[in-house]
Ligand binder design. Structure first.
Ligand code: SF4
Length: 351
């Protein structure tokens, strides 16, 4: 597994810390970089989330989703959700779930097969690095072989979730049972090697420092310089309701959310072109503001969203295409429907 030496790269770290001292200058710089590489188009994807179970053997301290309802979707229930997604015009299903004790490679392949029995073409964006790692562990297989089999069964891309903060001292506090930083990096890089693109995320606003956030961003940049397999970066503010970590932190401010997006744009430039502002986490108005501090994508329609809702999000579970178009247009930008991997599907020039 790749060695991580970012702690020693202090010159770069100090350099980026200066972005914090003048936030307005940082916002302006991020907006200029966004304009330079993305122009005035703001993208979105028509997708559906499917969280197949909330049962989980891990006990991450920020998790409000685990055992909230104690459910496991049957194949028929998953199939019905996929059919509804196709009826709505979704080009993607995003499939993730808790870690069932005995879930092995065949369990995850069955889910892919259920989708593929209904549609050969819908993009399957599924299984976090933690789930891939779990499948490999339970099947006593190498991560690379697991990824190869998942790809063969229809997996198109992987969400770069389970990243939280990629600094082991922080992970030890907030999610000690989750895969370590080097393991997360290994799953992601191996996926890229096999031609499976991924996103990258960061969950911030709890016990981590700005230094940890910047270290995380530098690591993501470093991976991208090596593999070019990351399609977008998605900063996710910690949601403090109904979880133990919420007793230690009430989460980030809106101003901080915008600053994280701006700093992500600057640090990841030019390697990562797409910075997503998540409407579920930020709310629609803050997403609009973020389009002026570095973001160029507003994510997906989702259709249902169980994880943030359990942690106190009040932004809803479904943003209709019309609402997304309006959100982008009233922020003064041009909406573009995209595929999961950022191929343009339709540009909406006017009403
Ligand atoms: S965040 Fe994921 S892995 Fe952690 S407890 Fe919740 S469902 Fe399980």
């Amino acid at each position: 597994m790749g060695e991580i030496v970012l702690k020693s790269e202090t010159i770069e770290l100090e350099e980026y810390k200066s972005l914090l001292s003048n936030p307005y200058k940082t916002f302006r710089q991020a907006d200029q970089l966004r304009r330079e590489i993305c122009g005035d188009e703001v993208s979105f994807v028509i997708n559906r989330n499917i969280n197949f179970t909330d049962r989980c053997i891990n006990r991450c301290k920020f998790c409000s989703f685990r055992f909230r309802k104690n459910y496991l979707l049957s194949k028929e229930e998953i199939a019905k959700k996929v059919e509804e997604a196709l009826d709505y015009g979704c080009t993607e299903v995003c499939i993730q779930g808790g870690l069932l004790e005995n879930a092995n490679l065949n369990f995850y392949i069955d889910i892919l097969q259920t989708v593929r029995d209904i549609s050969k073409s819908i993009h399957i964006h599924a299984f976090s690095p933690m789930e891939v790692f779990h499948a490999a562990r339970n099947s006593k297989m190498h991560v690379e072989d697991v990824l190869r089999e998942l790809k063969r069964a229809g997996l198109d891309s992987i969400p770069g979730t389970a990243a939280e903060i990629l600094v082991d001292e922080i992970r030890e506090e907030i999610c000690p049972e989750k895969l370590k930083t080097s393991e997360w990096v290994f799953v992601i890089k191996t996926a890229h090697k096999l031609g499976i693109p991924t996103t990258a995320t960061m969950m911030y606003g709890h016990i981590e420092s700005w230094e940890d956030r910047i270290e995380h961003l530098l690591l993501i940049k470093k991976i991208q310089q090596e593999t070019h397999g990351i399609t977008e970066f998605i900063p996710l503010p910690f949601m403090p309701k109904n979880n133990p970590l919420g007793k230690l932190s009430s989460g980030s401010s809106g101003f901080e959310d915008l600053l994280v997006i701006a700093i992500a744009r600057i640090i990841l430039y030019p390697e990562i072109k797409n910075i997503q502002a998540s409407w579920v986490k930020l709310g629609k108005k803050l997403v609009q503001a973020s389009l002026y501090t570095g973001a160029n994508d507003v994510g997906g329609t989702l259709m249902e969203e169980n994880i943030s809702k359990a942690a106190g999000s009040s932004s809803g579970e479904f943003l209709e295409v019309e609402e997304i178009l309006q959100l982008i247009r009233t922020a003064g930008r041009i909406p573009v429907q995209r595929s999961t991997v950022y191929e343009p599907i339709k540009r909406f020039d006017s009403d």
